[in-house]
Each structure stands twice: as structure tokens, then as C-alpha cells.
Write a protein that binds this ligand. Sequence first.
Ligand SMILES: [Cu+2]
Length: 483
Amino acid sequence: MLQRLLLLTAIAASNLLTVQAHGAPAKDLPVIHAQLTSPPLVPPATGRKTPAKVIVELEVVEKDMPISEGVSYTFWTFGGTVPGSFIRVRQGDTVEFHLKNHPSSKMPHNIDLHGVTGPGGGAASSFTAPGHESQFSFKALNEGIYVYHCATAPVGMHVANGMYGLILVEPPQGLPKVDHEYYVMQGDFYTTGKYREKGQQPFDMEKAIAEQPTYVLFNGAEGALTGDKAITAKVGETVRMYVGNGGPNLVSSFHVIGAIFDNVRFEGGTLAQKNVQTTLIPAGGAAIVDFKAKVPGSYVMVDHSIFRAFNKGALAILKIDGPEDKSIYSGKEVDSVYLGDRAAPNMNAVASATQAAAGGKLTPQDQIAAGRELFAGTCSVCHQANGAGLPGVFPPLSKSDFLSQDAKRAIGVVLHGLSGKVKVNGKDYDSVMPPMNQLNDDEVANILTYVLNSWGNPGGNITADEVKKQRAAKPATTNQAGH
Ligand SMILES: [Cu+2]
């Protein structure tokens, strides 16, 4: 309340001081409290034509948050989110920076802002123990979009835990008006467990040193920008995205499937490149991309190092609503081809199955519901959504005699793949199913339980333990004669 009052007073005071000479001493500048936003939101334009003294208050909070469905991670955050709060100032502003470290923190932290001119970018002046606050000032000399991050030893670990964000230094004349501005930031994450392995996952220093991330994510969590959390626009509107890359290790090949960036301020600099398909965003760097929404549908944002998108989580959605324009594009809405198992608008059933499993109360009904969501986009690409398969190419899973002969054998099929001749419902198939061992034990168990209880199959259930045992075993024989 008091803070609000102070803020209002500060704004009122700043309005009184209309004309401000360039280069006025900081003590004469109007005082403004920066409004910070959580991703994917961006604070409004400063709207100022003259410099100000801008007070930024940012608090470091260490907290557990989901990194994927049913997977929890202890993030270290600037402002409670990954990436951290978005800061917006104007070139020529003097920024009075207050860094607080929440009393519940276990670690000291500091901040290095790439928009600062001075040794360490503020790091040396901002070392802050838990329960403390530090303060330093800098003048925003250069316009641009800048990464900030923690630089406390071990630096890589602080960054890997989510300690980065963006600060925009507007040019004196401001940026051209657009209809939407969004804040998207990539990061790579290292957990001791495998991708999507459930439960609390600690940081894995060895994977981080080897630069082998378990997750590559936009905005700190798988699904942070998909389903009902997708960012949105309407046909005819302009969209600007401030896209950062916190790293710590990977360089991002940022791409929006089905869109061309009209303008890219690459590397966050002042020059704009036009008509760009994929823009490279270095670790510790950022870009400003903009484009006009022309055709409705779901646009999938990826790191075009494509295994990161489909197997490590680097996938987000921009949903554009509005009338079709068949003269530009005649096709259909993006489907499971690009969305994969993210095609389901939400994965609630997967999350509740995970919760039930953790509490030892998993029912076959939970498994079936979760399996249905995972089947879409994972198995349905080949076996079809109704399990009917495609004649001569993909065998049916509906009323499959192969499946009902030996339900447990299907575990091996999913984990290790299947090739060679196989007869299903009297028809021969001689093709290849790739191993799908990127799925974890719960996922395989749930998908197969769903399959066993769908389309006239015999029912029953498969447990995660059974999957675990078969994962260690050798590949299933591909020849039916062996059975
Ligand atoms: Cu830190």
C-alpha cells in the first residue's frame, strides 16, 4: 500500500517536470518506478521524450516450479519467473537498481546486465546474501535489447537454474507502434533424470559441463507457451517479440513455422534485417523480431535444431485468430505433424495420472485418460487416431490379434521398435516401427493401457514397473516365428 502511494507520488512528481535537458545531473531527473512484467508480457512503452531516474526493484527468489508435466525443479529466479522480470527503460535514463535476495534463499546472487557500461555489468556491486539488498546505479548509454543474468560462482549453475532475463533500452524516439509485444526466452536445463522423468529433479553439473541438456525450453517450462498459455494475435495485427537466449550453453536457431519475420534486429542491435526465416540467437544474446499476422492458425515456435523442439521441449505456440485468406494459404490448420504430443490442448490427464501415481493411487482409468492424450501425436501419426492403421503400411492396433496374443510383448515393441515380417489380423506387414524409447516408463504404460482398452481390444493394464524391466532387456525379436 505504502509502496503504491510512493509510486503514485513519484509519477505525479515526474509529470510536473516537463522539460528536462539532456545530460542533466541524475539528482535533477524526474523519478520513475519501473513497472516490471512477468513473461510473456512486456511493460508498456516508456512514452518519454526525455531521460529520467528509473528505480528498478528486483527480487531473487529460489522456488520449486514444474519444468514439465509432473516434473519439478528448483529454479533460481529474478522476480519469481524464468526468464526473470522484463525491465524497460529509455536511452539516457539513469537506472537506480535495487537487487533483493529473499530471506528463504540458500544462495547469494548478483546481477550482470549487458546493458550496463562498466566492469562486470553491475555484478561486482550487486553481490547480495539471502535476506539482503544491494543498490547501484548506471546510465543506459546504448539502446537495444540486452540479456541480464546472475554472475555468482558457479556462474554456469546460476544461469542453468534460470537466472536470466531481458532489459530493453528504448531508443530516444521509442520503437514503432505494434499491436502486440511478447517476451520469449530460451534456456537449456540439466536434470539428473531423463527428459520427462517424473518427480523432483536435481541439477546435473556433469551434463551441464558436457553441454548435454535434458530440456531446451522457452520460458522455463515445457508447455509454458502452448495450449491455453499460447501467445495470441489476430489477423491483420502486428506482433513484436523480444527473444532472448539465456543459455547457459546452447545457441538458438529461432524459427516460427509458417511465418517469415518482416524485421529482425539481430543480436539485439540497431540494424534490422528484413524477410528472415530463422534467426540465430547467441547464448547471452537477444533479438527483436516482428511480423504481421496474415493467415489464422497455430504457429509453432521452435529452436530449429530440431531434436530440441520435439525431444527436449523447445516448442511454443503463437495462435492467430481471424478470417482465412485462401489467396495466401489454402491449407488446413497445423496438426499433429508439427505439434506432436503437444497437439492436445492440454495435458491435464497426464498431470493427474502422475499425481495419482506419486500418491500410490493410480487407477487404470487415470492411465487410460493420460494414455489417450499421449497417443495423439505419438502413435497416431502412423497407427491413426482411431487405431485402424493404414492398409499395407501401418498395422492396426484396433482389434489387433497380434496385440491380444501377448499384451506384454507390446512393451518391447514400443521401447525397441519392430521390423521384419509381422502378420496382424491375417494381413502381412513388412515395415519398420522406430524405437520410441524417448518415452518414459509411465508414458509407455499409460499409452499401452489406453490401447488395450480401446477399439475392441481385450482390456487389462500395463504398469510402469513392467516397462522398466523390459527397458533393460534386449530388443524384442522381430520375427513372429520366434513366438
Ligand atoms: Cu544467482
